[in-house]
Design a protein around this ligand. Structure first.
Ligand code: HSE
Length: 422
């Protein structure tokens, strides 16, 4: 028997527009393969022009959210507005009225999943958010249903398409940062305010969601160390290449069983690491579980149809499953619960310094590092007054303190500090 399901879409920008197109174009395919007849009953968007461009029939256009939540033909509400303003109000209203919600909104889920899931549970409806992380890559379903046999020990991901696009173009085409960012915006990868991408907030929200699922406890985003790519220079990418490294903005989560470590920052990885070949707007997550070992998921993390793929897959799942899984962790987004977070993490470091006095500069600088227990593995470039160093794995605070001392003693100007994962 074919099940009839009505959907409303809130926001038909890049992702919502792709969702509308996918639902309309694949309608018959879902009837045939999933035995579900999904129709878009209502669409709500500020832009009449955008809705006209998508060919949305007049009778499907809603004037306000009330028309949607009061409509008995709407079973599932898709939220693709983004942010935590009206999106949160609309999602809350939909759940209160017993509508299942499918959202692509990482900030909303990162900050409010706890209260929204409780609300969904109380109203016997579902809250699905596969599209909130890593676009079309089914990472959330994998964590919930594919690798749940494991203690996940670590997760390293390229989870932002915009920054990966920028870094790829800078690495292989020597492109200018500002120009490439504009291209990423045109292609629909970047957030409305691209600061969220380049300063690492978008990756931080996604890491909070993914590490919460992987480690079975809410990881508040406030506990994530965050650094973006806006101060990365083409010079560092080039020096890194000479050292055999590729630069990526990584979201890293590690769980030792006793402590959790979560951080987002530009990272040099060896050029033969599987994540080093993930280019352009592609994303990937590299997981390590105690039973399965290493698993890597790869695909498009941004853009209209890849993200719509995740949204629509959630719609189909919600339409065809009556049981809803909730993740409501024991602690909420602000509580510390019983998790211990590593703040002084360990890493190797790539450092670019401009030395004040070339004669004997390296001896003086390395002498300071030695005092802080840091050993240098490689010194590659010593051109003019530039000194490029790579340290052994060491504590973050030791490096910070040593660099502060080097500055204080006017031995060198610290141009760049980039963490290295081996
Ligand atoms: N701005 C995001 C990115 C969109 O570039 O990955 C997908 O979340």
């Amino acid at each position: 028997m074919i099940k009839k399901v009505g959907v409303a879409i809130l926001g038909v920008g890049v992702v919502g527009g792709g969702t509308y197109q996918t639902l309309v174009q694949h309608h018959d395919f879902y009837v045939k393969t999933q035995q579900v007849d999904i129709t878009v009953e209502k669409v709500l968007d500020r832009s009449v022009e955008r809705m006209a461009q998508l060919g949305i029939p007049q009778e499907c256009i809603a004037g306000n959210i009330e028309e949607i939540i009061a409509n008995p033909n709407v079973d599932i509400v898709v939220e693709t507005i983004g942010g935590i303003g009206v999106a949160k109000d609309f999602v809350t209203a939909a759940l209160r009225n017993g509508k299942t919600v499918v959202t692509s909104n990482k900030e909303l889920i990162c900050k409010f999943s706890h209260e929204l899931e409780k609300l969904a549970k109380r109203n016997h409806c579902g809250l699905y958010y596969e599209a909130s992380c890593v676009g079309g890559v089914p990472i959330i379903r994998t964590l919930l249903d594919g690798v749940q046999a494991n203690h996940i020990q670590s997760m390293m991901g390229i989870v932002n398409g915009t920054t990966n696009y920028i870094l790829t173009k800078m690495t292989y085409e020597g492109a200018d940062y500002t120009e490439v960012l504009k291209e990423a915006q045109k292609l629909g990868y970047a957030e409305a305010n691209p600061t969220a991408d380049v300063d690492g907030y978008d990756s931080m929200y996604k890491l909070s969601i993914l590490s919460s699922m992987a480690f079975h406890t809410k990881i508040p985003y406030t506990k994530i160390f965050r650094e973006g790519i806006s101060s990365i220079s083409a010079k560092d990418i080039a020096y890194g290449k000479e050292l055999g490294y590729t630069l990526k903005l990584l979201a890293i989560g590690k769980n030792s069983g006793k402590e959790v470590e979560v951080r987002v920052h530009p990272t040099f990885i060896p050029k033969d690491h599987p994540l080093a070949s993930v280019n352009d707007s592609f994303n990937a997550v590299y997981l390590t579980g105690d039973a399965v070992g290493d698993v890597m998921l790869y695909g498009r993390g941004a853009g209209a149809l890849p993200t719509a793929s995740a949204v629509v897959s959630d719609v189909i799942y919600a339409a065809t499953h009556s049981d809803v899984k909730y993740s409501t962790f024991k602690n909420n987004a602000t509580a510390e619960a019983d998790i211990k977070f590593v703040s002084n993490f360990e890493s190797a470091y790539y450092l670019r310094l401009t030395v004040a006095d070339r004669a004997g500069a390296f001896a003086k600088v390395s002498g300071t590092f030695a005092k802080y227990g840091i050993s240098i593995v490689k010194v590659t470039a010593e051109e003019g007054t530039t000194l490029i160093l790579v340290t052994h794995t060491t504590k973050e605070n030791a490096v910070k303190n040593a660099l502060a001392k080097i500055s204080e003693n006017n031995l060198a100007t610290i141009e760049s500090v980039i963490r290295v994962e081996q």
